[in-house]
Design a protein around this ligand. Structure first.
Ligand code: ADP
Ligand code: NI
Length: 204
């Protein structure tokens, strides 16, 4: 597994080096590090497998445009001669981590840890930066009239501020592990205070 992790580092670093919507190599590194921190406290499952899922979790993400002509995760795992049962497990885990599309009940204990780390990276100062980078790249407005409220949301995010109420402010109550929940709390508070200041400035 150590060798596969080394190879995954090289593969993912190359693949995401120019990504500009917050899914760059540094996102994968942060998710890996936060996953390790959570694993250290929770001690659930195999820490090497946690590393592997963290590194590979966004490889097949279809909204990352350049993926169309790139290797799929399955192609890469086959190329690396990975055993079939590990391939199946990795594909199930990585394809179900996503907030929107994922089926939570299919995740392994290790992937539940990585899902928490991925969510932590959507929160706090990091999450705020990533949201605005993603919004800009996807032609989304910063804010529209009436966006600073939960009441206004119906699942159809069309500005970045709306995305906070639509998704990001909900994440702290959806963490899988006790450690993840505790880590999310502080980032959530920071995001709330950012939105409060932002709204004040936009209305003064
Ligand atoms: P998941 O992998 O859980 O489905 P995404 O890949 O959609 O999550 O989101 C990853 C990052 O992209 C997060 O930081 C999130 O805030 C940002 N993002 C996704 N959709 C939007 C959006 N419509 N506006 C702003 N940021 C977004
Ligand atoms: Ni991610």
């Amino acid at each position: 597994m150590e060798q596969l992790i080394k190879a995954a580092e090289i593969f993912v670093k190359e693949r995401f080096k120019e990504e500009v919507t917050g899914h760059d190599w540094l996102h994968m590194e942060r998710v890996r590090r936060q996953s390790s921190l959570i694993w250290e406290k929770e001690k659930i499952g195999d820490p090497l497998y946690v590393d592997l899922v963290a590194l590979l979790h966004d490889v097949d993400d279809r909204k990352l445009a350049y993926v169309d002509h790139a290797l799929t995760l399955k192609d890469w795992l086959v190329m690396m001669d990975v055993q079939q049962d590990l391939i199946s497990k990795l594909l199930t885990d990585t394809s179900n981590i996503s907030f929107r599309k994922g089926n939570h009940s299919l995740l392994s204990p290790e992937a539940l840890i990585v899902q928490d780390a991925d969510r932590l990276d959507a929160l706090g100062a990091t999450g705020i930066s990533r949201a605005f980078a993603y919004g800009a790249k996807n032609g989304q407005m910063i804010c529209k009239e009436g966006d600073f409220t939960e009441q206004n949301q119906n699942g159809g995010t069309d500005s970045t501020v709306a995305h906070f109420y639509d998704k990001l402010l909900l994440l702290k109550d959806r963490m899988n592990t006790k450690t993840g929940r505790e880590m999310a709390e502080q980032r959530h508070r920071f995001m709330r205070s950012f939105l409060c200041q932002f709204e004040k400035e936009w209305k003064e």
